[in-house]
Design a binder for this molecule. Structure first.
Ligand SMILES: Cc1ncc(C[n+]2csc(CCOP(=O)(O)OP(=O)(O)O)c2C)c(N)n1
Ligand SMILES: [Mg+2]
Length: 323
């Protein structure tokens, strides 16, 4: 088990708590009719985004999915720009025209998230190949779900990364379901990480409810990629506490199953772990309070922002000729 300085442990706690609080607040806003479109929420999976992203440098790139809020926050996106985007406001990261599935801030390494299941796997591989060809010490990370592991792009992207020793880390967040389909109905093997053997790269299984375990395995994979030893496939076993998207009542899963995973909630459990390790509960309380404030400020900013101007409708659709 790695030992991290107290400052880093508190940062992990702060980031996970921020994701949870922000997602819960977005849900309320959705119920108030203030979120156009739908939401794909990340509650339950926070330890994965935070464990991975705290192992990265600011100029490393991450590639996310239709469920990108946790990844964006963990990589350092400003909550204001996420809140405004999700509420369709002109101050959002995509000018309010992308919505919840299209979050980006290239300045912090959050590449535009991609709602095509499995779509970012070859793209992250391409970015990593670019780093290698330009002899840059950066790495790329592709986040995707268990459902994406059955898409053709998974095979093509990982195989190419493997043969080219590209500095990329593939993070499969196995939350057991692709929409309403349980993983056992979609594949005959239990562990997606086993597929790494067929590409000749390491395949690692990690407890996706434990941020330190995720951090440790991610660090190993990042170090390996930076050394020039190629990609790793990490399968994080996790669970989403909410439905697939906001219209999903989740009738395909048993309350018993949900409760069992909720008892492994990474946030209260990590708080307990920190307190047992001697962290002052008042410090943790004040982190929670300050996060709450930052979330409210972001929401207020989004509420106060104007929608995109109609004259912007066709802006950013085509590149300028010669531009
Ligand atoms: C290529 C493609 N097929 C289908 C969809 C519709 N779709 C959106 S999310 C999703 C399920 C994805 O499951 P998984 O990869 O496990 O990610 P999770 O939602 O569990 O995070 C589907 C089928 C899509 N966006 N892209
Ligand atoms: Mg899934």
């Amino acid at each position: 088990m790695i030992t991290l300085p107290s400052e880093e442990l508190l940062n992990i706690f702060r980031l996970m708590f921020t994701i949870r609080r922000f997602e819960d607040r977005l849900y309320q806003l959705f119920l108030q009719g203030l979120v156009p479109g739908t939401l794909h929420q990340y509650q339950g999976q926070e330890a994965v985004a935070v464990g991975v992203c705290t192992a990265l440098h600011p100029d490393d790139l991450i590639f996310s999915t239709h469920r990108p809020v946790g990844h964006g926050i963990a990589k350092g996106m400003a909550l204001k720009s996420i809140a405004a985007e999700i509420m369709g406001k002109s101050t959002g990261c995509a000018g309010g025209k992308g919505g919840q599935m299209h979050l980006t801030d290239v300045s912090v390494g959050m590449m535009p998230s991609n709602a095509i299941v499995g779509g970012n796997i070859p793209i992250a591989t391409g970015a990593a190949l670019g780093f290698k060809l330009q002899a840059e010490q950066r790495v790329a990370v592709s986040f995707f779900g268990d459902g994406a592991a059955n898409i053709g792009a998974f095979h093509e992207g990982i195989n190419l990364a493997a043969v080219k020793n590209a500095p990329v880390i593939f993070i499969c967040e196995n939350n057991q379901y692709a929409a309403s389909t349980h993983i056992s109905l979609a594949m005959k093997i239990e562990n997606i990480a086993d597929r790494a053997a067929s590409y000749g790269i390491p395949g690692i299984i990690v407890d996706g409810m434990d941020p330190i375990a995720v951090r440790e395995e991610s660090q190993r994979a990042v170090d390996r990629a930076r050394r020039g030893d190629g990609p790793t496939l990490i399968e994080a076993k996790t669970y989403r506490f909410m439905g697939h998207s906001r219209g999903d009542p989740g009738k395909y899963r048993e309350q018993r199953e949900l409760s069992a995973w909720q008892s492994r909630d990474p946030i209260p459990n990590f708080r307990k772990y920190l307190e047992q390790g001697g962290e002052d509960p008042h410090t943790l309380d004040s982190i929670e309070e300050s996060v709450q404030q930052v979330v409210e400020e972001a929401v207020q900013f989004a509420l106060d922002s104007p929608p995109p101007h109609p004259s912007e409708t066709y802006a950013h659709v085509y590149a300028e000729r010669g531009g």
